[in-house]
Write a protein that binds this ligand. Structure first.
Ligand SMILES: CC(C)(COP(=O)(O)OP(=O)(O)OC[C@H]1O[C@@H](n2cnc3c(N)ncnc32)[C@H](O)[C@@H]1OP(=O)(O)O)[C@@H](O)C(=O)NCCC(=O)NCCS
Length: 182
């Protein structure tokens, strides 16, 4: 059993608001459903996980106990979720690699929360034993690329027409990665 060391932290954002960053918990199911329902259509089109599908939300909540999965949320004082990030350790010969994903509620963007969440999940992945962290996003998602580049990630490759959105359109994917010390 891997010991979990992620703790709760309070983060002061650039716009003066304060937020709590902590692991996703079993009692977050309703808040995670509301977070998904509040995401803009554009984001939903491109998200790898369908945050408006109750089965996906159940899968994420149930994954809390999984050894290879770490999920972190940003919550307001009334326990609303306003950002979600996760690190998933790969199976097989890429077991040292964690793949991360990140999404911030539109009303909370451009105040440093995405950056704080990205820093947290890279650290959590490292604590979970990963020595390489990867992130994939659409080539068009330049804000996400800016965040991970600031954290030392580099583009390893671009996969042509590798993702299909919920409207059936194909998109190129950018794969970024960073090596971290355990
Ligand atoms: C990408 C995302 C997480 C950024 O969240 P955020 O809270 O707005 O990010 P931050 O405020 O921490 O921004 C950090 C830096 O990213 C860059 N950035 C963020 N949003 C940007 C935008 N819309 N356009 C250009 N650069 C942007 C900037 O360099 C910014 O630093 P600055 O504010 O000092 O200029 C958010 O836009 C989102 O959830 N997008 C949809 C999902 C996604 O693309 N996820 C990333 C791949 S998994």
């Amino acid at each position: 059993m891997v010991q979990r060391t992620e703790a709760e932290s309070r983060v002061a954002l650039k716009d003066g608001r304060t937020i709590t960053i902590r692991p996703l918990m079993d009692q977050d199911r309703v808040a995670l459903i509301s977070f998904g329902l509040g995401l803009p259509k554009n984001d939903l089109l491109y998200l790898e996980d369908d945050f408006q599908n109750p089965e996906i939300i159940s899968r994420l909540i149930n994954a809390n106990a999984a050894e290879n999965w770490r999920q972190i949320v940003a919550v307001t004082d009334d326990d609303s979720i306003v950002a979600y990030t996760a690190a998933l350790r790969m199976p097989g010969w890429s077991y040292h690699v964690a793949n991360v994903r990140l999404i911030v509620d539109r009303a909370w963007r451009r105040s440093g929360l995405g950056m704080a969440m990205a820093q947290t999940i890279v650290e959590v992945a490292r604590e979970n034993g990963a020595t390489k962290v990867t992130v994939e996003m659409l080539a068009a998602q330049t804000a996400g690329q800016a965040i991970f580049r600031r954290l030392g990630f580099v583009v390893e490759g671009q996969l042509a027409r590798h993702a299909i959105d919920r409207d059936g359109n194909l998109h190129d994917i950018v794969l970024m990665s960073v090596f971290v010390r355990t």
